[in-house]
Write a protein that binds this ligand. Structure first.
Ligand SMILES: [Zn+2]
Length: 62
């Protein structure tokens, strides 16, 4: 199973068509580490990353 990360917002998905978070069409397989954001409203990590939607986000995208 290959997962892709959005180059713009780092959202991780298995379907690299259009990012449902930011609308970008640029994805990469080259990403490292991830965080799972369950409740962006209450998550300090989400605030730091600028994440507004629940999901899985890559920490490093190249
Ligand atoms: Zn995105």
């Amino acid at each position: 199973m290959v997962e892709y990360a959005c180059k713009k917002c780092r959202y991780i998905t298995e379907e690299p068509t259009i990012c449902k978070v930011c609308g970008s069409r640029e994805f990469t397989k080259e990403w490292h580490g991830y965080v799972v954001i369950i409740d962006p409203e209450k998550s300090e990590v989400a605030k730091k990353l600028g994440v507004k939607y629940a999901g899985k986000y890559a920490l490093i995208v190249s």
